[in-house]
Design a binder for this molecule. Structure first.
Ligand code: ATP
Ligand code: MG
Length: 395
């Protein structure tokens, strides 16, 4: 049974002088993820590698689940380690390693040595050959295949010697907190949780805002959004979810504006409110789940009219994705089942039969003039309804 893991990171390896900031952020996120596991762990870093050591009993699957939810990890390698010794002493250890880890010793293999410690005698090729010899002598069922082996025995010679042969893919991306914070417009649908996940994967922390329209949208619809926030918090860390009561604004738009423009005007007000909350919360961008052409409000003309109210950058990571691609990601990250629960995120009375698909900004602005009398007051009231729910991942 393994008690240590070698953590490889990809992209943060190339960050030059600031590399240590990324490494420290990654160690911190790994510690946070391990906090939800049974047992005690240490997470030291040394020359280009991060390690996880279990100091007590732990549940292997639980630890892998935690590590595979941390952005910035390329691979997780359960490993065994030993002090730096001459190659004749590594050989028997590699033999014991294979004995411990492989019940059935019938497979093709190669040894892959990495000499990060340049003072260590011999070339990698020579060490590979020598260690391979020990294994062939010890187990009859093993055969060398350097091109397509079933098992690669990795031996890294650094401050210590690390032996591993299992590589579990990590999520990739950048460690959380290395890229500021953004405000996710989170609805109960399939798309917006995936959009939040994707931006967060680049190291961005999230806050979120949900526009609630009681009694047209139910309490269950709100709970569903809280659940979705909790599910993505597994990856993104805790989220401050702002719930804004949008009913009066929606009714007012319904009363005063042409019904085929309802959605687009409503979306402009959502973006405006989200941006204001974002600026107050030190968020440097907005995130939506929009995808080009998916519905009337997501044509290129509609997006440009919606975008016009914002000064912050609006991130739309799903813009070029087909629905099926988005569904695949939502299944992978675990939000799909919640997203498809049947609680409407918007009452059908607010959805026009034939919404405009090519809105004209000047026309929209002209019709928004109809709202002049009360809209400022309604916006003020809407901000007052802001209920902040801090949402954390729970297993
Ligand atoms: P989703 O699956 O994310 O609900 P959708 O395909 O249903 O998206 P729309 O309803 O047009 O598309 O919404 C587009 C985007 O606007 C959403 O992805 C989300 O970012 C945001 N949004 C829509 N409704 C709300 C809401 N009630 N509260 C917060 N954000 C919303
Ligand atoms: Mg929706």
């Amino acid at each position: 049974m393994y008690t240590a893991f070698l953590i490889k990171y990809a992209e943060i390896g190339v960050k030059g002088k600031n590399r240590y900031l990324f490494e420290d952020a990654l160690c911190k996120q790994i510690r946070i993820a391990l906090n939800r596991c049974e047992g005690e762990f240490t997470v030291p870093k040394t020359d280009g590698r991060i390690f996880v050591y279990a100091k007590t009993e732990f549940d292997y699957d639980e630890v892998i689940d935690a590590l595979t939810s941390v952005f910035g990890i390329f691979e997780i390698c359960p490993m065994e380690e030993m002090e730096v010794v001459p190659v004749e002493e590594i050989g028997p250890e590699v033999v014991k390693y294979v004995d411990r880890q492989y019940k059935d010793k019938n497979f093709t293999f190669k040894v892959n040595t990495r000499r990060a410690r340049k003072s260590y005698p011999g070339t990698s090729m020579e060490i590979n050959a020598e260690l391979g010899g020990y294994l062939l002598d010890a187990y009859e069922g093993l055969k060398v295949d350097v091109h397509d082996p079933e098992v690669v025995i990795n031996v890294e010679i650094r401050e210590k010697i690390y032996i591993y042969s299992t590589k579990i893919p990590g999520l990739g991306g950048m460690p959380l907190g290395t890229n500021g914070k953004a405000m996710l417009l989170l609805s109960g649908g399939i798309d917006s949780p995936v959009a939040g996940y994707m931006v967060s994967k680049r190291g961005v922390k999230l806050d979120a805002v949900y526009f609630h329209a009681p009694p047209y949208t139910s309490e269950r619809a709100k709970e569903k959004v809280v659940d979705l926030a909790r599910e993505i918090a597994k990856y993104t860390g805790p989220i401050n979810l702002h719930v804004i009561n949008f009913t009066d604004i929606q009714l007012y738009i319904y009363e005063k504006c042409p019904h085929d423009e309802l959605t687009i005007i409503m979306r402009r007000y959502m973006m405006m409110i989200a941006e204001n909350i974002a600026k107050r919360s030190e968020c440097y961008g907005l995130i939506t789940g929009e995808s080009l052409g998916q519905v009337a409000s997501q044509t290129i003309q509609s997006l440009s009219v919606t975008n016009e109210v914002c000064t912050l950058p609006v991130f739309r990571p799903l813009i070029g994705f087909d629905k099926q691609d988005i569904i695949s990601i939502s299944e992978k990250i675990g939000t799909y089942e919640t997203s498809i629960l049947p609680f409407e995120d918007c009452c059908t009375i607010f959805v026009a039969k034939h919404p405009v698909t090519k809105p004209n900004l000047n026309v929209i602005k002209k019709h928004e003039e109809n709202l002049k009398e009360n809209i400022d007051e309604l916006l003020k009231k809407a901000y007052e309804t802001d209920e902040v729910i801090t949402v954390q991942y729970q297993k």
